[in-house]
Ligand binder design. Structure first.
Ligand code: ARG
Length: 275
């Protein structure tokens, strides 16, 4: 009985501390609507985690907050191909697979890496945008942290996004370092800048954006993670019709070069609108 109570208390403490870590995040979903064509009567619903520029992030456009980014632009093509308008549900990254499995959203685009583990739960399109992982550090530390070993020491604090592949990468690469997993990427970056963290693992395009917008940040020069990684669209397991439509859109956008333009535009938008 006592043991049971204790494990219950410990479990509650664990939950509370996770809650505190993500305290500045509202996990209630925010829904954004994109009218592709006023004659369309239905919506296709996409789940995302808008904390990952240039993939997706919130931006005030004409006095109203909306979600922008390369994933949103690609999703508009998917919606158009389906003859539907687009609804985007913004949640913590760690909720996205569950929401898709539960049918709360029709597909997920969130700079999501198609891992074997996730592929047991959802189906993935081919990769639409390739990217590698990097370690974001303070610029003054680039010369110190020249290898994974240099960071894998007990005094170093490494951060990664909760539920992302970077969390596993941190476990595998920096087992001796202190590790912190937080729901929102901007919170990780703030902690890195003010010294509560020493390194944060993320996709290169995202790190590049932060480095462009914050001169006190830099990218460690050593490689980390799978050099062949990238992002794919996830649909519910067995949703073959939607997957076929998604795959056709992606194949076209890659073949005609539209994806490259979309990526370049999203990167430019992120760099020109940073606070
Ligand atoms: N590519 C990584 C993953 O799939 C991180 C993606 C994070 N995406 C985001 N929108 N925050 O686990």
């Amino acid at each position: 009985m006592f043991k049971k109570m204790l494990s219950f208390i410990l479990a509650s403490i664990a939950v509370v501390s996770v809650g505190v870590l993500s305290a500045c995040t509202d996990t209630a979903s925010n829904v954004y609507t994109y009218v592709i064509d006023a004659s369309y009567t239905e919506y296709v619903v996409m789940g995302t985690s808008a904390d990952y520029p240039p993939y997706e992030w919130p931006l005030e456009v004409d006095g109203k907050t909306t979600i922008v980014g390369l994933d949103i632009e690609i999703a508009k093509y998917i919606a158009a191909a389906l003859g539907k308008n687009l609804k985007v549900v913004n949640k913590g990254f760690d909720f996205l697979i569950e929401d898709l499995e539960a049918g709360k959203v029709d597909f997920v685009m969130a700079g999501m890496t198609p891992t074997e583990e996730r592929a047991l739960k959802v189906d993935f399109s081919p990769v639409y945008y390739e990217s590698i992982q990097v370690v974001l550090v303070r610029d003054v530390d680039v010369a110190t942290y020249t290898s994974a070993a240099a960071l894998n020491i007990a005094t170093v604090k490494v951060g990664a996004q909760l539920g992302a592949i970077q969390q596993e990468l941190a476990e595998a690469t920096f087992p001796i370092a202190q590790r912190q997993y937080i729901q929102q990427i901007p919170d990780l970056v703030v902690r890195l800048i003010d010294g509560q963290l020493d390194a944060v693992i993320m996709e290169k395009a995202v790190a590049d954006g932060y480095v462009a917008n914050h001169e006190e940040l830099g990218i460690a020069t050593f490689p980390i993670g799978d050099p062949e990684g990238g992002s794919a669209v996830a649909v519910q397991k067995g949703d073959a019709d939607l997957l076929a439509a998604v795959n056709a859109v992606i194949a076209t956008l890659i073949a005609n070069g539209t994806i490259s333009t979309i990526v370049a535009d999203a990167i430019a938008l992120n760099e020109s609108t940073a606070e």
